[in-house]
Design a binder for this molecule. Structure first.
Ligand SMILES: [Zn+2]
Length: 193
């Protein structure tokens, strides 16, 4: 598995490509900005490795503890954290639940919008923004998904490479032991004499 630093590098090097392709496809700087921002966020601190004590997890700073139940529930590199679509969707739902809880506790909503908190209002605002800005939300989700998949693909690629390397080493070792055996037998018989 590549280290956290390698994953960071992949994200940063991937950013110009993601932004370029996104702008080429949408011709919209607004959507490109959202998608690239989501890609960065996903690659650096909202990626699959939140299922373990990783750099991504540490980047949440004083809020990192919200990911502890996530880590305790999911096996590292399971399909629920590293799988396509499933990983990002589950993390979004998980974060939304925490945001809801934190929102109620701290009363952020009342301060920002100067209105009383209610779930009904919250869902109204959410559905309104989802229906009014569908392409922005799709760009945001796509950015998150591409960031997560750049991680998972490099994880799987790294493990496959290591497995091949290990197999190669085992084969080599077998070959050397086979060639060495007559030598050691000869030494043994010499010692007996
Ligand atoms: Zn990983």
């Amino acid at each position: 598995m590549p280290s956290g630093r390698t994953h960071d590098r992949i994200t940063l090097w991937g950013l110009p490509f993601v932004a370029g392709i996104s702008f080429g496809q949408t011709q919209s700087s607004n959507l490109t900005l959202i998608l690239s921002g989501a890609f960065l966020f996903s690659g650096l601190m909202f990626g699959p490795d939140l299922d373990l004590n990783s750099v991504q997890y540490k980047r949440w700073g004083c809020l990192r503890w919200i990911w502890i139940p996530y880590q305790k529930t999911l096996r590292h590199r399971s399909l629920l954290s590293h799988g396509p679509i499933l990983g990002t969707t589950l993390r979004l739902i998980y974060l939304a639940v925490w945001l809801g809880i934190l929102g109620i506790l701290v009363g952020i909503v009342q301060l920002v919008w100067n209105v009383g908190w209610s779930w009904q209002q919250f869902f109204e605002v959410l559905t309104r923004s989802l229906t009014q800005y569908p392409s922005q939300w799709i760009a945001f989700y796509l950015g998150l998904e591409i960031g997560a998949m750049s991680h998972s693909v490099s994880d799987w690629g790294g493990s496959t490479y290591k497995r091949f390397k290990k197999q190669g080493r085992i084969k080599k070792r077998k070959l050397t032991t086979v060639t060495r055996r007559p030598k050691s037998a000869a030494v043994k018989s010499r010692e007996k004499r």
